[in-house]
Every structure is written in C-alpha cells, then in structure tokens.
Design a binder for this molecule. Structure first.
Ligand code: 13P
Ligand code: SF4
Length: 370
C-alpha cells in the first residue's frame, strides 16, 4: 500500500520548516468594550459605503467573525473563502485571514478590489515553500503531477497542476491515483503523510509544517484523554502523526465544526487554532471544547494554538484598510492566468463531487484509516 520512495524523498528534500526566530509573537488586540463597539459600527458603515463584503477565516477575531455573519459576508475554511468571492456581487472583498487567502480571492476575482487588514499576515507553510526552489524541484520530476495545498503563494500555485485544501486533499489524490498518477505534494509534510497513508499513492512530500499545529503533542494528548475518557478528539490534518493517530475525526476546520455539532458526545478535545471555538460553540452550545495540549518539554512555539498571523487581523486594522482602501492585494497578470487552472480544477472537482454524492462533501471529515 505504501509506495513512497523514502530514499528519494530523504536525499532530495531538506527540512523546510521555518526557524522559530521567524515566527512573530501572537498579539491579541486589547480594546475596551466601548471601543470595540465603536470600531464594529464603523466597519459596518464602511462596508456599506464601499459595497464591500467581509470574508473571515474561522481562526480570526470573534468580533470579525460576528461582523462577517451579520453583514452578508462569510466565515469559513479556505475552500469556501475562495468560492464565496466568486459568488458575491460586491465591488470590494476584505479578506480577514492570511496572505494566500487574499491572493486566491484576487486570482478568482481579478476585477474586484481585494483588501486585507494585514498584508504582512503570512503563513509558515507559504514561507517554507519559496517558488524558485520549489520550481527547480518540480523540474527534476517531470513525470509527477504537482499538487499544492492552498497555503502557498500565487507563484507556487501557478507552478502546480492542482490546488487542494485540507477538506479535499484525500479525495483529489485518490481520484488522481485512479489514473495511476504519481504525485509531488507541497508544502505540509504532516498533511502529506496523512494523505499518503489514506490513499496509498506514490508521493514525494515537501518538508514544510505549520508552526501552530506542529506544536500539538502526542504524549500530552494521551494523558489528557486518560483524564477525559468521554471526550472525542477532533484533529486538523496539519498536526503531527502522533496526534492524528489518536483522532476520532481528522478534518478541515469546517469538518471539525460539523463533527462537534453532529457527533453524539458532550466533550471534545480539539487540535487546531482556538479561534475556531467561537463557531464550534455556536454550532453546539451545550457541548464543551478543550484545547489539545501544546505545552511539553520540547515546546518551542511562540504561538501555541493561536496563529500569530491570523491574530494580525484586528478591528483597528480592518477600519484603517477600508477607510483608505489601503492594503490592496495585487497579483501579476501572468501568475493570475497560470494559477487559475489548479484552483478552478479544485472548485469544479468539489462541486461535481457534491452533485454526485448529495450529502457527502469533501468537508465531511475522515476517521483515520477509513
Ligand atoms: P482550512 O482550509 O481547514 O480552514 O485550513 C486552513 C489553515 O490555514 C489551517 O491552518
Ligand atoms: Fe498557516 Fe498554520 Fe497559520 Fe494556518 S495556522 S495560516 S497553516 S501558520
């Protein structure tokens, strides 16, 4: 079942995780209640004035999520964030998330103005996959189909055959495997290993990692499960395999929220960014959610369970960006042309799959080994 060529992977791929010094501190905006209310009212007014919509990832500030919901925007995972922009008739989309999300919105909506509260909001996976090195690696393996995760730069997507998200990766790889295709996978090594185990496909896996999910600890999770034997474990597949192995459900952010609402348990241990707890609590108000442990002897993360880049999306910065139309996202025309194909392939694939299977969507989540 496991066809991966380990020696080829080991000799050609260096560690692409980013050093701890490159990870900013997670700084949570501290505001009085009245200041928060004032800023929220101002954002609402600005959205109206500019015919703009707010699209927020589940990991962002709770007030931004509430605003997006109340003003006809959307709060979702990276796949739905991409899709939403294409279906909205707003002139401006303000993307509260990290840079690759703003770039994807621009690629799919080149005529719209895409703003971001923080253009400096990056992603360790994107940083760890520089285009020149990645492109040279792909050139060495012309016989392989190149699949990149959404968490990459527009330039890396332009070099790929397919883009996938956490909620769609296993299904896309299985689909390609049916045509006997061999794969280059980038950049998340844990998600890549997980997809490889689920599909049995021959994959060369780039060695990047998410600085937030990598800090979830297998041994500490085992101890916590002993203390809370009734709790089910929900895990995002960017987590290390020692954590994934203990999961009841492995899924994208959307799949994790669905599982919390649908599974017959009162308590859940959750291995993903704690920003998601707002939507989980909304979906299942009578249930209890516990952060999976990140602290351990080997913990090095400055940002445990909360992405430092997602936290850069503050109310103040959202107001500033809308007021002055600053922090606009631009992507080179040539890159837009080339990166649309791998993104559109995924959007078409997930749409076709939804139609075929009715209820079953890529975000339904997987029980490990299923
Ligand atoms: P989702 O697509 O599951 O929302 O994941 C995006 C992400 O950045 C997780 O860290
Ligand atoms: Fe990137 Fe990890 Fe932050 Fe998601 S949580 S945006 S993968 S650094």
């Amino acid at each position: 079942m496991n066809n991966i060529n380990i020696s080829e992977t080991a000799t050609e791929l260096r560690d692409h995780r980013i050093p701890a010094e490159q990870v900013p501190e997670t700084i949570i905006e501290s505001l009085s209640i009245s200041e928060r209310e004032r800023l929220k009212a101002r954002i609402k007014q600005l959205l109206n004035e500019h015919n703009a919509v707010l699209v927020a990832h589940y990991y962002t500030d709770t007030d931004l999520q509430l605003l997006a919901d109340k003003t006809g925007g959307c709060v979702s995972d990276s796949l739905e964030m991409a899709r939403f922009g294409t279906q909205s008739d707003a002139d401006t989309i303000i993307v509260c998330g990290v840079r690759f999300m703003g770039e994807t919105a621009k690629i799919l909506n080149p005529k719209k103005r895409i703003l971001m509260p923080a253009l400096e909001a990056e992603c360790s996976l994107d940083i760890g996959c520089p285009i020149d090195e990645f492109s040279a690696f792909c050139d060495q393996h012309p016989d392989r189909t190149v699949i990149v995760y959404a968490n990459t730069s527009a330039a890396v997507k332009a070099r790929a055959d397919w883009m996938v998200t956490s909620g769609s990766a296993v299904d896309v790889v299985k689909y390609l495997a049916a045509n006997h295709e061999k794969i280059i996978w980038a950049p998340d090594k844990y998600l890549g290993q997980y997809v490889q185990e689920q599909s049995g496909v021959d994959m060369l896996i780039w060695q990047g990692a998410c600085v937030v999910h990598e800090e979830f600890k297998g041994i500490e999770l085992e101890l916590l499960r002993k203390e809370r034997p009734e709790a089910l474990v929900l895990v995002h597949p960017e987590s290390p395999s020692a954590v994934i192995k203990q999961a009841d459900i492995v899924s994208s952010t959307t799949g994790i929220i669905k599982a919390a609402a649908e599974l017959d348990a009162k308590e859940f241990i959750v291995a993903t960014d704690s920003g998601i707890f707002h939507k989980m609590q909304q979906a299942a108000p009578d249930k209890t959610f516990i952060e999976a442990p990140t602290a351990g002897k080997s913990a090095t993360c400055k940002s445990c369970a909360h992405c430092p880049w997602m936290a850069m999306n503050t109310l103040r910065k959202t107001v500033a960006s809308l007021e002055s139309a600053s922090n606009e996202v631009f992507v080179d025309e040539d890159i837009i042309q080339h990166s649309r194909t791998p993104i559109k392939r995924l959007l078409d694939f997930t749409l076709a799959q939804k139609k075929l299977t009715g209820e079953r969507t890529p975000d339904a989540g997987h029980e490990p080994g299923s």
